[in-house]
Design a protein around this ligand. Structure first.
Ligand SMILES: [Ca+2]
Ligand SMILES: [Ca+2]
Length: 380
């Protein structure tokens, strides 16, 4: 009864008339995708983090791929490693700090493509988020995609369940321009581990369309187009942004335009699913003052999602399923400040709302919470 009442409350919060629970595209339970490993607990993209995600029950682990100077795929969320490694405390690399435009936006730091793998191996990973534990900083090395696939194989054997891998090509156009393209090396690594086959437990994801189109010709594994956004405005509308390959090719469309029925039909030509930022599915709005500024509703001197309330769900899951596309929204996190007021501080309640929409998987920093919520959802 208790489980029902939580779900019912969320459905009610999302607006009357919403069907109780929509099925996933395949009818199978939604997947738990261990975002950057176990990002809520350990530094991103470390073997310890991926192992923890697997222990917590994640179905897939999620390595982000960037290239070193000598063309080796390593796992980092950005080419700029200033926030995810201890490079700032390596005086031997001080002079290698520089400014560089990543997809048209200037950054300062140390860039993976300026360093050989041997140099990268002298560094250690650190926690990039100020609100998460720094206790593991400096303990784990930066690893290659190959090492992640070896871990996946070993853990699959050890646990008796086939762990999936969900690599993301980071900034594929930029890597192409640098003469360090990611795609063929990615496929070669999958081949080495017998994962470049139809029905392999693999999804390749990208925020760009052109490399997915190229990959479609190179591999039978499933492909996912990520749909990014910059911000949720006070009224709940989304400031969308554009895929960088559209910027380069002069395609005027935004990420949001690709969620129209016509856009989804086009995506289906080169991908098996979409990975939308989660407010594209259920957005949230803020109360505003006379100047249109967001109001601190709970009076804690911060403006965050606790001050926002949910809007009714969009038709994106329905429309994507109708186009034959899987839907894997990102990113689910436990921190209370990242949860709309309707969820009353419960990350499980947020998962239940999205599961009820029929999403096919969730990218989560806290796979244990996602697995618990899924269990509760499936038990109803
Ligand atoms: Ca990622
Ligand atoms: Ca507040």
């Amino acid at each position: 009864m208790k489980k029902w009442s939580v779900l019912a409350a969320i459905i009610a919060a999302m607006g009357a008339g919403q069907a109780l629970a929509a099925p996933t595209l395949t009818g199978k339970p939604p997947l738990v995708l261990g975002h950057r490993g176990a990002a809520g607990y350990l530094p991103d993209h470390t073997l310890a983090g991926y192992s923890k995600a697997i222990e917590m029950g994640a179905d897939y682990i999620e390595p982000d791929l960037v290239s070193t100077k000598d063309g080796v795929l390593i796992v980092r969320h950005e080419p700029n490693i200033k926030d995810t490694s201890d490079i700032a405390s390596h005086p031997e690399f001080a002079e290698r700090k520089r400014k560089f435009k990543i997809d048209g936006v200037e950054e300062e730091g140390w860039f993976a493509f300026d360093f050989t793998l041997a140099e990268i191996k002298t560094l250690k990973a650190i926690q990039p988020r100020a609100d998460r534990s720094a206790a593991y900083n400096g303990q784990f090395e930066i690893v290659t995609f190959d090492e992640v696939l070896a871990l996946r194989a070993a853990k699959s054997k050890e646990t008796g369940r086939e762990i999936g891998v969900y690599p993301e090509t980071k900034h594929p156009t930029l890597h192409q321009q640098l003469g360090l393209p990611l795609e063929e090396k990615l496929i070669a690594a999958l081949k080495k581990y017998n994962l470049n086959r139809k029905n392999a437990p693999v999804f390749i994801q990208s925020f760009e369309t052109s490399n997915l189109k190229a990959l479609r010709k190179l591999t039978p594994v499933k492909l996912v187009f990520l749909i990014d956004g910059n911000d949720v405005r006070a009224d709940g509308s989304i400031d969308s942004g554009k895929p960088y390959d559209f910027v380069v090719s002069g395609d005027p469309r935004s990420f949001a335009d690709m969620l129209s029925p016509a856009g989804l039909k086009e995506i289906k030509q080169f991908a098996d699913g979409i990975g939308p930022w989660k407010p594209y599915l259920i957005s949230w709005k803020f109360k505003t003052d006379v100047d249109g500024k967001k109001i601190d509703v709970n009076g804690d001197q911060e403006i965050d999602q606790r001050d926002a309330t949910l809007l009714p769900p969009s038709s994106v899951v329905h429309d994507a399923h109708k186009a034959g596309l899987l839907v894997h929204p990102f990113t689910f996190r436990n921190e209370a400040k990242l949860l709309a007021a309707d969820f009353k501080g419960s990350p499980e309640a947020e998962y239940l709302a999205y599961f009820a929409l029929g999403v096919d998987g969730v990218f989560s920093d806290f796979s244990d919470t996602a697995v618990a919520a899924r269990k509760r959802y499936l038990a109803k």
